[in-house]
Design a protein around this ligand. Structure first.
Ligand SMILES: [Zn+2]
Length: 676
């Protein structure tokens, strides 16, 4: 038994002994763990006792602890500290785990037991959390096709497999089309307006392709700055048209056919399971619950944001004209003139702000905020094993000195770390036989590393990112649930961004910034004038942005509420779905759907509305704090008890109204975004 992954970890709080793990151990450990998890599942399905909530649902929730633990370590490290070997192992292990969970859903005896419990649920005297667990598991099985007769099950599996193939192909086509275009510039005058570092990047790109001059691509870090800064309008038009016509050229990479096939298979699947359309199927366990609620939500936002968008558009046009632009504002003009307009209006940039946001001060301030709101205490524990010497580990205590959680912080970019920032866990909170298992939460980010002469200074965007991920972390750390699959951030997708986005609001509050944000050299407090400008700048073009998001939301919902097989032109369908949110003159031969990987590749189908939904929620929640005094302990306590501790143990709308005293409304969001 030299495979440490399979042994009991004799570390403080059972934290992963990272220093002892070897890459060669993962595959065998995962196979072993899957084997014993399968035995645990079989013990439940073969149980001779009649099914009860405890011997079936609670037991199932408790299955495969070892596997969960190994998978968490493997996939978390694959994101935060990977290598070629570890990536290869993750790719080997991932399908094994998928197959294992598919086997569970297809276990007929197990489903029969769950169904028996489900059908007698009214007489079982279950707690709210138990009801949620039962509903969730029952729904998982149903949506996996468990309730279908043998004949229809074969077709169901066929659809599932076909869909995963088609969505993959859809993404491949978009990727191919993104990579196959290049804008090759050889005349330096075509670079006018572009910042030096962007030009440098383009020159390196050309070098990589063994070409002279500069190359811009449709990848966002190259595409976006080109659209923002390049003065050559013709070239911007060329770039824009290339970007917006990806997988829409009438050749073998054209995604029109795939859009139809995917939409129709999703519809067939939904109907097979007894739903009217795909959106209805997806939304069943969301806070929004059903398509009509999503539509009325989008509709409610539409009027005010369209009005503000038209205003934004008019102002930009005026600014552009005054600065020498002739003719319409076309799609390829928007980012360019917006950038200039924003600069002229607010004259604020990262270099002005960064000196006030030294990483150590930000960390203290964020911890301090949790102390002030929730009474939490943070104590560093340097004896916890880490996977890299830069990672720090913290014990989180409640006011009464009860240990609530562990927190890992891993701030700086390294080779082997993915880009961006995220919160994750090595273990979620749960209660087993009355014993509380504390969660092990981690925040990983890519904040600028300090140098010998300069500390790590965050941009404003990095400050809000830290707050955002810390909000997710609080959701994980403060969890007080019984069942693991409902605890912490295991909540509905349109609810999960509430705790995180909620935290971002503090970055705009002078009352909080004043308590800690000082210039790292002079010790001077952040000027009120700067805070005012940050706040104002945050509403810049918000009407335009909101209107655009609504357009995507309407398009998504249109595709996923069709009730009859779609056999029409994709372009026409898209045009009519987005007609109301359109601001620009018509642009020929471009199309959004064909490269919209959120909808036809990844998992945002019938979920795009969620971005705005979460913003409305977090604005409404924060408004309550603003109205009651930002640091009002009673309100903070209610947010903690009703939302942060509750995970998915009750319906999101119940949790929210318990906190807020009423359902969310869009007023606070409109106000914050300057839309009214
Ligand atoms: Zn988030």
């Amino acid at each position: 038994m030299s495979n440490i992954l399979l042994t009991k970890w004799s570390t403080p709080y059972g934290t992963p002994p990272f220093h002892l793990f070897k890459t060669v151990h993962y595959r065998t450990a995962a196979e072993e763990a899957i084997k014993s998890a399968s035995e645990e599942v079989n013990a439940i399905s073969e149980n001779k006792e009649p099914p009860t909530f405890e011997n079936t649902l609670a037991a199932l929730d408790n299955c495969g602890e070892q596997l969960t633990r190994i998978a968490a370590v493997l996939f978390n490290l694959n994101n935060a500290e990977t290598s070629g070997e570890l990536q290869a192992v993750a790719q080997e292990v991932s399908p094994l785990i998928t197959r294992f969970s598919n086997d569970i859903t297809l276990n007929e005896k197990l489903f029969a037991r769950i169904k028996t419990v489900y059908e007698s649920r009214e007489s079982l005297n279950l707690s709210t959390e138990q009801k949620m667990l039962l509903d969730k598991k029952y729904r998982d099985f149903l949506l996996g096709g468990a309730g279908l007769g043998a004949d229809r099950r074969a077709r169901f599996r066929e659809i599932s497999e076909e869909l995963s193939g088609l969505t993959l192909k859809f993404e491949e086509n978009v990727l191919y089309e993104t990579n196959s275009f290049e804008l090759h510039i050889e005349d330096p005058s075509d670079l006018a307006g572009l910042p030096d570092d962007i030009i440098e990047m383009a020159s390196m790109e050309a070098g990589k392709r063994v070409k002279k001059g500069w190359i811009f691509t449709l990848n966002y870090p190259s595409y976006l700055p080109f659209m923002q800064y390049a003065e050559n309008r013709k070239l911007r038009e060329k770039m824009h048209k290339a970007y917006s016509s990806r997988a829409f050229h009438g050749d073998e990479r054209d995604n029109r056919k795939l859009v139809s096939l995917i939409v129709n298979l999703r519809l067939e699947m939904a109907k097979m399971l007894g739903f009217g359309n795909f959106a209805e199927m997806v939304l069943g366990d969301r806070m929004a619950e059903n398509p009509s609620k999503v539509f009325s939500f989008l509709e409610e936002l539409f009027e005010p944001s369209k009005k503000a968008a038209v205003k934004d558009f008019g102002e930009l046009k005026e600014f552009a004209r005054a600065n020498g632009h002739a003719g319409d504002i076309e799609r390829w003009d928007w980012a360019f003139w917006s950038e200039k307009f924003k600069k002229a209006r607010y004259n604020i940039d990262d270099e002005i702000l960064k000196p006030y946001f030294r990483l150590e001060s930000v960390q203290d301030a964020v911890f301090g905020l949790a102390t002030r709101l929730y009474g939490l205490n943070f104590r560093e524990n340097t004896s916890i094993p880490v996977y890299h010497s830069e990672v720090t580990t913290w014990e989180i205590y409640d006011e009464d000195n009860r240990l609530l959680s562990m927190l890992y912080l891993d701030f700086h970019p390294r080779k082997g770390k993915s880009g961006g920032a995220w919160m994750t866990s090595y273990r979620d909170q749960k209660r087993v036989y009355g014993r509380n298992i504390i969660p092990l939460i981690s925040i990983v980010s890519n904040f600028t590393r300090p140098t010998e002469t300069k500390p790590s200074l965050l941009t404003f965007n990095e400050l809000t990112t830290f707050l955002h991920e810390f909000g997710h972390a609080l959701h994980g750390m403060l969890s007080q649930c019984t069942y693991e699959s409902l605890s912490g951030t295991n909540v509905a997708r349109d609810f999960v961004e509430l705790p995180s986005q909620f935290m971002e609001n503090w970055a705009f509050e002078q009352e909080w910034l004043d308590t800690w944000a000082v210039h790292f050299k002079t010790g001077e407090k952040i000027p009120a004038e700067i805070i005012r400008k940050i706040k104002e700048a945050s509403t810049f073009n918000e009407g335009y942005a909101c209107n655009r998001q609504l357009g995507f939301g309407f398009l998504d919902m249109a595709w996923h509420t069709v009730t009859e097989p779609f056999n029409n032109d994709v372009a026409g369908f898209e045009a009519s779905a987005t007609e109301r949110t359109e601001l620009f003159p018509e642009a020929e031969s471009t199309n959004m759907s064909c490269s919209f990987t959120h909808l036809f590749g990844g998992g945002y189908a019938a979920g795009y509305y969620g971005y705005k939904w979460a913003e409305v929620l977090d604005a409404d929640a924060f408004k309550f704090f603003q109205e009651s005094g930002l640091f009002n302990r009673e309100v903070a306590n209610s947010f903690r008890r009703n939302i942060l501790e509750k995970g998915g143990s009750d319906k999101p709308m119940n949790l929210y109204t318990n906190f807020r005293g009423k359902e969310p409304s869009i007023g606070a969001f409109l106000e914050r975004s300057g839309l009214k």
